[in-house]
Design a protein around this ligand. Structure first.
Ligand code: SF4
Ligand code: SF4
Ligand code: SF4
Ligand code: FES
Length: 960
């Protein structure tokens, strides 16, 4: 079900009490006279729920393993002694169960009476009134009076903890059922909560009995979700009251693609509740998707189109039509003066597939060139190239659930607990079950060591040496006879494999040879290689620490080689899995956002593909690839590229070598920015088209598993138009006929033109909840696992992956290596999360340094540090950390003023131009003031914000 307009407690997601079990064997039993057959291992409570019988319960919920503490779910079982708890009793063959009779009712009333005698009787004013399991159970067991009175010892005056900005902990309402503790352990894997004390004195405690905000809690909300009472409650629900209806939609933050129920009151979101039916998240969430939605209605939102002639003058608010015609007029003038190729567009991985498709269509059909690129250029373009050339498809091979069948998990250049938190929780669950873990990362990320999870091998390689280490792992596997020869013979191109085998066997690829360069001991590399190769199922997960390198594409190929070599492809539990950063980075690539590819990764030089699109779009498409983002910037600086349409991206903050980017943007004669806020890029714009948040639009996102999920509108666009409508308006003003009535029609066109999307439609998505592409006649419900019998390209291709050291090397002038990454609470350029309470956890970007490097430079924690590279200089505060090794410093890039990308350079991947964010040679020194760039940034920002304020104030003045 996707929407529900009669929200009440009865629309609470169905709860079977204990998790479903999977077994090839089944058992049959009778419950209250109803015959039911269930998989072996199913509990009596779950079996009863399947038979439509709801046994009262408090400590049980089907997202958690049974615990058996509340004694409310007792049943009678013929031949069994006493009254067993149905939540902890396995259903047995021939069992005869009674769940309801006078004796059981009596026992349950007594249990409830004890709970209620120590519970505030403020139901009428309680925020969860009507949505409280304790309240429901009191009704269900027919409790009418409490004989014990309320005078004795109780917890009614226990103090609330309001430290967390998103939820309140009110211990006076706690029934100590441990659901929160178990949710934190089992679902989230953080182990932040315990039950402290014993008997009457037992209570829930966060970490060392600290306020939630100061504890290890990462604010995922799993405990709030699990709590059956109002003890843990969302602040938004306390403030706004119970929701009235809900709409199922998809998180707009990271590439996990969690499904949520947006629970609403009118057009206001009361809370975002993770959807149990979500294929990617199964009812779990992280702090961003669960709580950080307030940016959508933040006062900084710009809701009126604006134009101006130059960036040195104030904005003028105008109508949509005026903005379109101003923008279109400028583009046509520029094309007439400088040529048709002097304009281009950048699509957004934050926007929907439909919106992205329209922007690339606008560029190809209305601008008349292929100058379209996307932010994947700066993150996962090497994934597209590397996987396509080895396996035949530019995407990950598995679904997330596959990790539950992995025996050895390799994480390379990824920090899943921060960047892909919900998947990280699932991965940690598998690791707690015993899978081995190998982490290749210069930094000691959370996954290396966290409660009940510890990497078997951490390879703290020097930034820039991924290829050397992966080659050495492959060398070990070949040399020690650990390869899966049968798989290679049957599934791969043998000539290429033999060439590769000769290459990889060379002495320079041995662990011993690369140990010094990479900083990883040979025995550690060998141990990691053996563990991965010997595991029945070995799965590789990787992130931007792989792709954002001069050898990004080579690294992706080396990963594919390893997986083919060990036969770890084509079934569950294995695979090559890029952890995509942004919510729709997979989709934006699928939709033809690259200058050389039409939707579905088909090269523009292919006449048959062009003909297909030309017929549908009624234009001629150029057969030559257009400009990539870095080429656009270079051409702008050179004076050949003059107009750019950027939808939902902030290149001035996110792209490397900020000063070069801003020089390029300043040189443009027409810059059109479509966004929610006046972001860094918009400060250089001449046309501002107000964007719509994910809550204001219909469409689809495609996550890292190739899972296409619906985004559903829960409120009207604040600016009146959805993003797709604005692109359509611009196309029409340019004289190109675009006439969609709804994004569903855009998806129909995508499906008509793109073989992997052939079976996708909104109706089908409503039916199946989500679909993993390819979806076509051969795979009507999609494809969870790819390359099962053969690779998409036929035979897998081993590519040679010689290690070439990056030019970006340390020197006396720049003796440290800077590497960058993300933090859990902030998202990418931070435009959304900085406008929420998430900043409580990360107010500014800081520089992590090892104590040794700090001491050498006289730097203490909290000092301002000047960070200088050959590209530029910025200043941020120091944090002394043993997460980084000596010689390596680390920062995030979530705050524009910290200018992390002022320092990163224009080095890039040889094949795709993906910037080498992960390796920059720098020097760090103690300073007392901001860098020159930061001072200029502050002045420019003040000026541009002043222009915006003037426009807004002007618009508010009454018209005479
Ligand atoms: S806070 Fe909620 S979930 Fe946790 S023990 Fe108390 S009532 Fe149970
Ligand atoms: S919010 Fe998440 S991390 Fe924090 S205590 Fe609850 S379950 Fe644990
Ligand atoms: S894990 Fe990613 S998709 Fe899921 S809630 Fe968090 S940010 Fe959203
Ligand atoms: S629900 Fe079974 S003991 Fe609590």
């Amino acid at each position: 079900m996707s929407t529900n307009s009669n929200f009440s407690r009865y629309q609470r997601a169905e709860d079977f009490g204990t998790p479903a079990r999977v077994s090839t064997e089944s058992v049959s039993l009778t419950i209250d006279g109803v015959d039911v057959t269930v998989p072996k291992g199913t509990t009596v409570m779950h079996a009863a729920a399947l038979a439509g019988i709801n046994i009262p319960k408090l400590c049980a919920t089907d997202s958690l393993e049974p615990f058996g503490s509340c004694r409310l779910c007792l049943v009678e079982i013929e031949g069994a002694r006493g009254l067993p708890a149905s939540c902890t009793t396995e259903a047995g063959e021939g069992m005869v169960v009674t769940s309801q009779n006078a004796r059981l009712a009596d026992v349950r009333r007594n249990v409830m009476e004890l709970y209620i005698s120590d519970h505030p009787l403020d139901c009428l004013t309680c925020p969860t009134n009507g949505d409280c399991e304790l309240q429901d159970m009191a009704g269900a067991v027919g409790l009418r009076e409490v004989r014990y009175g309320y005078e004795g010892d109780n917890h009614l005056s226990a103090e609330k903890d309001t430290s967390n900005p998103y939820f309140t902990f009110d211990p006076s309402k706690c029934i100590v059922c441990s659901r929160c503790v178990r949710a934190c352990e089992e679902t989230q894997g953080t182990f932040a909560l315990t039950i402290d004390g014993r008997g009457f004195g037992s209570k829930v405690a966060a970490s060392q009995d600290q306020p939630f905000l100061d504890s290890e809690c990462v604010s995922c909300g799993a405990c709030v979700q699990a709590c059956p009472t109002a003890t843990l409650t969302e602040n938004s629900l306390i403030e706004k009251g119970q929701p009235e209806h809900f709409v199922v939609t998809t998180c707009a933050y990271c590439g996990v693609g969690c499904s949520f129920r947006a629970e609403m009151k009118g057009q206001e979101v009361v809370r975002m509740v993770p959807n149990k039916d979500g294929g990617a998240n199964h009812g779990h969430s992280c702090v961003k998707g669960r709580f950080a939605f307030g940016y959508a209605t933040h006062p900084d939102r710009i809701t009126k189109p604006m134009i101006r002639d130059t960036i040195h003058e104030p904005w003028r608010e105008v109508s949509w039509d005026e903005a379109f015609s101003f923008a279109a007029g400028r583009i046509r003038e520029i094309q007439a003066k400088y040529g048709p190729g002097s304009v281009g567009g950048i699509t957004s991985s934050r926007c929907t597939n439909e919106e992205t498709y329209l922007v690339q269509k606008l560029v190809r059909a209305a601008f008349g060139n292929n100058n379209v690129d996307t932010c994947a250029r700066v993150c996962h373009s090497p994934t597209g190239y590397g996987l396509k050339s080895t396996l035949g498809e530019s995407a990950g091979t598995q679904n997330f659930d596959s990790v539950m069948k992995a025996d050895s998990i390799v994480v390379i250049g990824a920090n899943p607990t921060d960047a892909h938190p919900v998947f990280a929780s699932q991965m940690k669950r598998r690791l707690r079950e015993g899978a081995s873990l190998i982490v290749l990362d210069p930094r000691s990320t959370d996954i290396v060591r966290s409660p009940h999870v510890e990497a078997d091998f951490h390879l703290p390689l020097r930034p820039g040496t991924n290829v050397a280490v992966l080659n050495a792992m492959a060398h070990t596997i070949v040399e020690e006879g650990l390869a899966d020869d049968d798989f290679v013979q049957a599934r791969c191109e043998i000539d290429a494999f033999e060439d590769w085998k000769t290459f990889i066997g060379r002495p320079e690829n041995s662990p011993e040879a690369v140990a010094e360069e990479s900083g990883v001991a040979a025995e550690v590399i060998r141990g990691a290689a053996r563990t991965y190769a010997n595991a029945p199922n070995g799965a590789i997960y990787y992130g931007l620490g792989v792709s954002e390198h001069a050898q990004g594409s080579t690294t992706v190929m080396a990963i594919a080689n390893l997986a083919m070599l060990t036969g770890n492809l084509g079934r569950e539990g294995v695979g090559v899995n890029p952890l995509r950063g942004q919510n729709n980075v997979q989709g934006s690539c699928d939709m033809g956002s690259f200058p050389h590819e039409l939707p579905g990764y088909r090269h523009v030089s292919d006449a048959a593909t062009r003909a297909l699109f030309e017929k549908e779009w009624k234009v001629n498409i150029l057969p030559e690839p257009g400009l990539r983002i870095p080429n656009m910037f270079d051409a702008a600086v050179a004076g050949d590229f003059k107009a750019l349409y950027v939808q939902g991206e902030d290149v001035a903050q996110s792209d490397p070598d900020t000063q070069h980017v801003t020089a390029a943007l300043s040189a443009l004669e027409c810059m059109i920015v479509q966004d929610l806020f006046l972001n860094e890029t918009a400060k250089f714009a001449h046309v501002f088209l107000p964007g719509a948040s994910f809550l204001e639009k219909d469409g689809t996102f495609t996550n890292a598993e190739r899972r296409i999920s619906r985004v559903r509108k829960v409120m009207e666009p604040l600016a009146g138009l959805g993003d797709w409508e604005a692109t359509q308006g611009l196309a029409q003003a340019l004289g190109y006929d675009m006439n969609y009535a709804h994004p569903g029609e855009i998806m129909d066109e995508i499906a008509r033109l793109t073989p992997t999307f052939e079976g996708v439609s909104y109706a089908r998505l409503d039916e199946l909840e989500s679909i993993q592409w390819p979806c076509n006649a051969d795979a009507e419900e999609g494809t969870p696992t790819m390359h099962i019998d053969e690779f998409v390209r036929g035979k897998g291709l081993f590519r040679l992956t010689p290690y070439v050291a990056t030019d970006e090397r340390t020197s006396r002038k720049y003796p440290l290596l800077l590497t960058t990454g993300r933090i859990l609470s902030q998202y990418n350029v931070g435009a959304q999360t900085r406008r929420t309470h998430n900043s409580s956890w990360h107010e500014e970007d800081v520089l992590e340094m090892h104590a040794h490097d700090a001491e050498q430079r006289g730097i203490d924690a909290g000092d301002w540090v000047g960070l200088k590279s050959r590209a530029g200089e910025t200043v941020m505060r120091a944090v002394i950390s043993d997460r980084v090794q000596p010689g390596v410093v680390y920062t995030t890039f979530h705050h524009p003023a910290s200018g992390a990308n002022v320092v990163t350079t224009d080095n890039s991947d040889w094949a795709t131009n993906c910037p080498e964010y992960k390796v920059t040679a720098v020097q760090a020194h103690k300073v007392t003031q901001l860098s020159q760039w930061q001072q200029e940034f502050e002045e420019f920002t003040a000026q541009q914000e002043g222009f915006l304020a003037e426009a807004k104030a002007g618009a508010e003045e009454p018209v005479n």
